[in-house]
Design a protein around this ligand. Structure first.
Ligand code: SAH
Length: 241
């Protein structure tokens, strides 16, 4: 699945910002949260403006790198400046166009789950809650199968995500979650930029224990590289030997 330009609000915001140095409001809706906004300038962050978890991820990147859901190309461009070899993919045609214009050398309009995307890659990056592209927890096994196809021997996946269980903590610190509830990291989103409304999509936040459990079931090993300031973390996932 790819987006089309008429349903690509984030891509439109990125294109606007690139052309005019500013953009309107990129609005985010969810049944779980109040209406929110993504500051478009943040999608153009430089290495120095990136949160420490992302800087660490870039420092650990090596070999042939795949930047998944690369957006405006901020991570790919920083890696190129560091002399690294990176391929950026995104399902947003407008973002892909923007990345080409900004000088990302190897860019493809492609979905991570499209089997025509071939590896091997030594490092796969999923940044800015990159586990989101998995959508629902039930898709996590399929994600690991895809990872197996794309990772070179000894290769690594670096991803950041947030443990949303804090949203369900009561005053005593107990989790107010019933076993029959859907997984607490499954969030629905919809974005709008001016007149451009995207389709609703599922976006998966993963707590580390759940990531580690599914990883081990797929013969991968997951570890936390660094913790962020707000229930977020950077994880490294490798094939378990
Ligand atoms: N990594 C960028 C952008 C994050 S927004 C940054 O940190 O600034 C998430 C991006 O992932 C969007 O550009 C969206 O179009 C893209 N995306 C969503 N699902 C995808 C998939 N299955 N394959 C590739 N890209 C995807």
């Amino acid at each position: 699945m790819l987006l089309t330009a008429d349903k690509d609000p984030m891509g439109a915001a990125i294109a606007d910002y690139l052309k005019n140095g500013k953009a309107g409001k990129l609005r985010v809706f969810s049944s779980m949260f109040e209406e929110d906004e993504i500051p478009v300038s943040q999608l153009f962050r430089t290495f120095r403006q990136m949160p420490p978890l992302e800087q660490t991820a870039l420092r650990l990147s090596r070999g042939k790198i795949l930047d998944v859901g690369a957006g405006s190309g901020c991570h790919s461009l920083a890696l190129q400046e560091m002399g690294q070899q990176v391929t950026a993919i995104d399902i947003s045609p407008l973002s892909v166009e923007a990345m080409r214009e900004r000088g990302v050398k190897e860019v493809r309009l492609q979905n991570f789950f499209d089997r025509r995307l071939a590896g091997p890659f030594d490092t796969i990056l999923l940044l800015m809650n990159g586990s989101g592209i998995v959508g629902k927890l039930e898709n996590l096994p399929a994600f690991f199968l895809r990872l197996k196809e794309l990772l070179a021997p000894g290769g690594q996946l670096l991803l950041d995500s947030s443990d949303l269980s804090f949203l369900y903590e009561d005053e005593a610190g107990n989790l107010d979650i019933a076993p029959e509830d859907p997984y607490f990291g499954e969030i629905d989103f919809q974005m709008r930029y001016g007149q451009i409304q995207g389709d609703p999509f599922d976006w998966l936040y993963l707590d580390f224990n759940t990531l580690r459990l599914y990883a081990s079931q797929a013969s991968f090993h997951a570890e936390i590289v660094e913790k962020g300031e707000h229930y977020d973390y950077l994880a490294r996932v490798c094939r378990a030997e």
